[in-house]
Each structure stands twice: as C-alpha cells, then as structure tokens.
Write a protein that binds this ligand. Structure first.
Ligand code: HEM
Length: 387
C-alpha cells in the first residue's frame, strides 16, 4: 500500500524523512486529496518553483492552513503573503532596517543576551533547552530590535502563542482572536509612540520611512515574531539535539566548527519545512495537469535531503558542502533575516561551547515536538550540562 503523507500525521511530525524519501523517489508530484494540496519534494523542483513567483503565487501566504482570525485581520496581512507590486514596495522599505551594517552592529547586544541566558542555564545544570534558552534569545533579540521593553516581553510572548502554537487545522477560538488583537493593539501603540518620539531602533527607522502605515508596521512586527523568533529557536534546538546524537560531529563543533554546526543543522532538520503557494495557471507536471488555483506544497525539508544534491543526505556531517541548501527559501521572498539568524545561532552556540563541557546529555523521553505543519521544531528539550 502506498504511504499517505500528511504533515499533521504524528509519525511524520516525529520523523518526516522516510516519507519524503518515498515521495522523492516514487511520487515527486504528490497529491493529498483530503488536505487538497500537491507536494513537490525533489530539490530540482522546489529550487525551481521558489524563484518562479509568477507561477507560484504567495498571495495566500506560505502557511498550509492559515488560521482565520476574522475580517479585521485583512488590515494586518504581512508582505510574506503578497505578490508584486505590493510585496516589492513593502520589502524594499523594510529591508532598510536589515542592511548588513545594521545586522553586524547587533553582535554585542546579541552576545550579551545569549551570555546571560547561558550563564543561568549552566547554573541550573539541568534545564529545558527550549524554555530556558532557545526560545529566549531570539525573542529578546527581536524585542530589542522592535523596541519592546523587557517588562513587556513576557506578555508579548504570551499573546503571540495563538499565532505560533495553535492547531493549524482547527478554527481559531474567540479567545485566541482576542489575544492576537491585544498584540496588534500593543504593536500599534509602540508604532505611535515611536512616531511621537523616535529612538535608535527598527520601529523608529520604519516610522520614519515614507509610505508605511501603522497597520503595515504592525503586520511586519507580527511577522517578525513568527518568521524570525520561532524559526531561530528551532534551529538552535536542532543543533543542540543533533549535536548530542552525533558525538563525533559534536567534537568537531566544540573544536570550533560553529558556523558549520548551525549550517548542517539547518539543512538536516530545517525549521521551515514547507512553504505553500498558489498556482496561477494550469500547468503540466510529471504528466499530470495541475489546475490553476491549486495549493502547492513546496517541501524544503525534503529538498534538503535529496541525494542528487546532498550525497548521503541522511548523515549529519558538519563538513559537507552546504551551498545548495534552500533553508531560507529562494527568490523574491528569500528570508530577510537570514544573516541575523546565522549571527544569532553562531553567537549562542559559541557562548554554549565556551561555557559547558561537550559531554552534555539530552533526556530523549522528555522531548516534545510541535505539530505545526509548516514549521518543524521542539517545544521541550530537557538537557543536563556541566561547566
Ligand atoms: C522569509 C526561513 C529567521 C524574517 C523566510 C522564508 C523562509 C525563512 C524559508 C521564505 C518564506 C516564503 O518564501 O514564503 C527562516 C529560517 C530562519 C529565519 C529557517 C531561522 C533559522 C528569520 C529572522 C528574521 C526573519 C531572524 C528577522 C528578524 C523573515 C522575513 C521574511 C522571511 C521578514 C519574509 C520575506 C518576504 O516575504 O519577502 N524566512 N527565517 N527570518 N523571514 Fe526568515
């Protein structure tokens, strides 16, 4: 019997790579009638589809099942879910806040944040890598960027939960929608405050730009929490976990191959597993007609394991050639925060390597994965370290 692939299947959430291998080999254009999508898994197909934004539209956003948080949500759609010309206009403006110079200048701030969380963890000895470290550093970095004061961060995190941790197939509960709009109102107030008295932060840069409304700024800040904080959290957790599973590779990492550690973790267990697109015109693929409007599911996680491009793809090897991994997407929506994510990962892993003995342990029975569909990661990763 042929396997049925659903990103919400508990076995797939646990380990999607066997079914990806089957799809790449036997069913490179895979149709799931129930969930009404067509999946592409080969590197050649995914890498060709992502830059072809005219055929593969982003106008419904990259989520397989975007939650509906009501009519007011339309005022807060981010440019992640737009095509040109709107996408081009907004991305060009926001990019000014992410120049290489601006990103590089964040290093001292990121290091201070990472160092203080790592010190707390080392003092505890046993801790939850996600709750106590990998979820904290990226959210604090984004909060610093967005000018959210430390006193408000716990609240922002709580109010972001319905956006990040709900069951993507279920209707959104009324309370969740209310919570999201409390976040919208909070960010709206931050934007208004920076308009009145600018500071040296990203929101002040954005409000100073002509042509960005407060609604557009709010949408962007909401996007940063999901696209920027959540994904980086999962990258850090993946590095820690797979490093632990592979002692030889861990030794290489602790001997200084930190960037390679992050890069291989990104390829091997990429946080952004799949991106949804809408086909703009009927197209023939693998001898089948795919209708205009079809929901296409571009599986980056599967493409990054394609043996055609990554020999022995199932092996976790820090020294392999990473250059063709597509973990940050490709084309017009290529991750705006890729340089920042790499910087955060490098600094946090450097701080860990400097502070703990390589003989750390992971309690596999305590691991909990998230079942988001688009995003792969852990919400719990118990670990024990020694200084
Ligand atoms: C877009 C992955 C970190 C901001 C994307 C896309 C991917 C991605 C695959 C393309 C989405 C699409 O084509 O539909 C990742 C991964 C990260 C990460 C794996 C961490 C390991 C960050 C960070 C930020 C960020 C730290 C910013 C602080 C964005 C933004 C977009 C984006 C704004 C939308 C770009 C557009 O639509 O033009 N990211 N990202 N990301 N990412 Fe990231």
């Amino acid at each position: 019997m042929e396997p049925v692939y659903s990103p919400y299947d508990p076995a797939v959430i646990e380990d999607p790579y066997p079914v990806y291998a089957w799809m790449r080999r036997e069913s490179p254009l895979y149709r799931n009638e129930d969930l009404d999508f067509w999946a592409l898994t080969r590197h050649a197909d995914v890498a060709a589809a992502l830059p072809d934004g005219d055929l593969y539209s982003s106008d419904h956003g990259p989520l397989l099942n975007p939650g509906d948080w009501g009519p007011r949500a339309r005022d807060y759609i981010s440019f992640l879910a737009m095509d040109p010309p709107e996408h081009t206009r907004l991305r060009a403006i926001v990019s000014r806040g992410f120049t290489p110079r601006r990103v590089a200048a964040l290093e001292p701030m990121i290091r201070q944040i990472a160092r203080s969380y790592v010190a707390e963890c080392v003092e505890k000895g046993s801790f939850d890598f996600v709750r106590d470290l990998s979820a904290c550093v990226p959210l604090d970095v984004i909060s610093e960027l967005a000018g959210i004061p430390p006193a408000d961060r716990a609240d922002v995190r709580l109010r972001s939960k319905p956006l990040l941790h709900r069951d993507p197939r279920a209707d959104m509960a009324e309370l969740d929608v209310k919570t999201i709009f409390r976040l919208v109102d909070y960010y709206g107030a931050v934007a208004a405050e920076r308009r009145a008295s600018p500071r040296d932060d990203l929101v002040s840069v954005l409000v100073a730009e002509d042509g960005l409304s407060d609604g557009e700024i709010v949408a962007f800040l909401m996007l940063l929490i999901g696209a920027g904080a959540e994904t980086t959290t999962h990258l850090l957790s993946a590095a820690w976990y797979h490093g632990w599973r592979h002692p030889g590779q861990r030794a290489t990492a602790f001997a200084g191959a930190i960037e390679e550690w992050a890069a291989e973790s990104l390829r091997y267990d990429t946080p952004a597993q799949g991106l949804a697109r809408r086909l703009t015109r009927e197209t023939e693929m693998y001898g089948r007609r795919v209708p205009a409007g079809a929901k296409m599911w571009l599986l980056i996680g599967a493409a990054n394991h394609d043996e055609e491009v990554f020999p022995d793809a199932g092996a976790y090897t820090l020294t392999r050639d990473q250059s063709r991994a597509i973990s940050f997407g490709a084309g017009r929506h290529f991750c705006l925060g890729a340089a920042l994510a790499k910087l955060e990962a490098r600094i946090t892993l450097e701080e860990l390597v400097a502070a703990v003995d390589p003989s750390y342990e992971v309690d596999t029975a305590g691991i909990r994965r998230i079942g988001h569909g688009n995003v792969r990661g852990m919400r719990r990763l118990p670990t024990t370290v020694q200084p």
